[in-house]
Design a binder for this molecule. Sequence first.
Ligand SMILES: Nc1ncnc2c1ncn2[C@@H]1O[C@H](COP(=O)(O)OP(=O)(O)OP(=O)(O)O)[C@@H](O)[C@H]1O
Ligand SMILES: [Mg+2]
Length: 240
Amino acid sequence: MTEVALTQPRSVEDYTLLLQDMNGHMERLGHLITSLLTLARADEGNIPFEREAVRLDVLAEAVATTIEPLAAERSIVFDRHVEANVTVMGDEARLMQVAMNLLDNALMYTSKDGHVTLYLEKTSTHALLRVQDSGIGIPAEHLPHIFERFYRVDSARSRSAGGAGLGLAITKWIVTMHDGTITAESQSGKGSQFSVTLPLAKEIALSSHSHQSMVSSANEHVLSGRGVHHLKQRKETNPA
Ligand SMILES: Nc1ncnc2c1ncn2[C@@H]1O[C@H](COP(=O)(O)OP(=O)(O)OP(=O)(O)O)[C@@H](O)[C@H]1O
Ligand SMILES: [Mg+2]
């Protein structure tokens, strides 16, 4: 791309577009490298996991606060239904990545005027985090494979959106490391729902982090490309 651009002088506008394009490519590469490193380290078993009390309700509200403007930008209606006082034991940053990855997909694979909803509920033993969308859905024959590494339902579509097909593999790994489960239900053309269950913390433990500090780390996820990278890129390369 740069070789062709450098063959002759170009206008400031052309150079600006080129730099914006390159910025998008760098973002995608950065995201891909982070994902590959995460999985490589996961395979080695040498990623340290925190095990602290995490208030999932505070985390879900913080993630929702970060996601809201990104959904609005895409004219997607975003709702949240978050039950109070849901505490699990685990790694707050990794659990935030789970919510971000699922919401990234939900927003990415839902078109304008669609709906995305984040739910958090609890049973007597488990927390249940669900991300539901009214998007393009996943055909039944693909559904059993979407948690596999590099699996994309429609690679042409995903490539244009910058997807590497690693988000759900990482998400499943994090959930499994928390003794949880993740399942997907979908109807092609109608939408999808991803459900995560995590065991509740046995004893009542106080979370060390406030809503505001979690909003800051949720924003950081977006800025560092660890979550909602597709949407961030879209914003950068297409500011309108
Ligand atoms: N909510 C959804 N609606 C429709 N298709 C989805 C949804 N979530 C995932 N998919 C399909 O599953 C595939 C795998 O998702 P995954 O998050 O692992 O990869 P990705 O989004 O393509 O890339 P990335 O590694 O950047 O997350 C996607 O490419 C897409 O085809
Ligand atoms: Mg993804």
